[in-house]
Design a protein around this ligand. Structure first.
Ligand code: DP6
Length: 351
């Protein structure tokens, strides 16, 4: 009996305008549109291989070498949608193998810590959905497939594209217009780089799904955010990307991270994702920008304490000199800096 296989990788994406809040839990429809930058495939990614055969007796998943359940409601939702699309094309072409009826074996591997606020669910569901779409040879566009990934994990829909991506919240009750679209390809602004400062690789305290539900239910500030802050910021950030305006992009990114974490603090009881080290990194970034009298770095934090820094390639040495100096790892980045400069850095940190 034949076995059919397909493999794909999906990269991690890090939101610069955060998705936080659902208006429909089952369809995973958000309360606001969001924007992200997809990281390079070589860096953080999930690799997923899928196989199907008439001889398989049950759906099975191995995640990082361990058997995992596929029974979760969201995963089942994704598998069902993909099988429905496959059965539609099988109905039109009787020569196609009846894969929609067969069981799947799925092997998935992350090259980074799972659930540590590094958007593992985004890459995970994106890779799962893309690998099966490839196996089933579905003709649908990435935006169409992103609607299925969205049901697995909201942020996953954005990992279907590289570069700069928007998840448009949509307004249809059935979610048919809540999908990811490309804002610009990576080649539009290839100088953009991301550095991840891993503050902790532990699993996060409050998972995103329950955290955002709690914020929607209890935070007053959240209402202000989704009504009056995010809609305007969504347009401004798309424009900053189109214009390759780093100063604008960076300010909007930092403000949005702060706004999202403020709604977490305003939840009752509050949710704490950032810790003391995270806050030091925020301060450091502002000090670096003040020191150079130019915006060279932007920080953003997801549902965990780890920082993602965005910067332009041309400023890498300027930024890393600071970061390594502060974290006491002088591994070559500071060679361009005089002792005098380093003393000035130290002065900055005393303020
Ligand atoms: C803070 O996509 O993990 O990273 O849809 O419930 O699976 P679910 O949530 P998830 O939430 C991501 C939240 C965030 C912000 C973002 O990526 O936009």
């Amino acid at each position: 009996m034949s076995i059919y296989t397909a493999s794909t990788t999906a990269p991690v994406n890090i939101a610069t305008l955060k998705y936080w809040g659902k208006r429909d839990k089952t369809l995973n429809l958000p309360t606001n549109s969001s924007i992200s930058v997809t990281l390079a495939q070589e860096d953080l990614r999930t690799l997923t291989s899928v196989a199907t055969s008439e001889s398989f007796t049950e759906d099975q998943l191995w995640l990082n070498g361990q058997p995992e359940s596929l029974q979760g409601e969201r995963t089942q939702h994704c598998l069902q949608d993909l099988r429905n699309l496959r059965s539609r094309i099988e109905a039109q072409d009787s020569s196609l193998p009846r894969m929609s009826q067969w069981k799947l074996h799925i092997v998935s591997e992350n090259n980074f810590p799972t659930a540590a606020g590094l958007a593992s669910s985004a890459a995970g569901f994106a890779a799962l959905v893309m690998a099966i779409a490839k196996l089933y040879q579905l003709p649908d566009s990435h935006s169409e497939i992103s609607k299925i990934a969205r049901k697995g994990s909201g942020s996953a829909c954005r990992s279907l594209f590289g570069g700069y991506v928007a998840w448009e919240m949509g307004s249809e009750p059935d979610g048919s217009d809540s999908k990811a679209v490309e804002v610009a390809p990576q080649s539009h602004w290839p100088e953009m780089k991301a550095a991840i400062l891993v503050v902790s690789a532990d699993r996060k305290d409050t998972p995103s799904t329950s955290g955002m539900q709690h914020t929607v239910a209890t935070s007053d500030l959240f209402q202000e955010r989704i009504r009056n802050v995010v809609p305007k910021r969504f347009e401004e950030m798309k424009q900053a990307i189109q214009d390759r305006d780093f100063t604008r992009f960076a300010e909007l990114t930092m403000r949005d991270s702060n706004s999202f974490h403020a709604t977490c603090l305003d939840s009752f009881p509050p949710i704490f994702y950032m810790n003391d080290t995270s806050r030091k990194i925020v301060k450091l970034c502002h000090q670096i920008n003040a020191f150079y009298d130019e915006t060279i770095v932007a920080y953003t934090f997801d549902a965990g304490p780890n920082a993602v820094l965005y910067y332009l390639q041309e400023n890498e040495a300027k930024l890393m000199a600071f970061v390594h100096h502060v974290f006491q790892k002088n591994s070559g980045w500071d060679t361009k800096f005089s002792q005098n400069d380093l003393e000035k850095f130290s002065e900055v940190f005393k303020t």
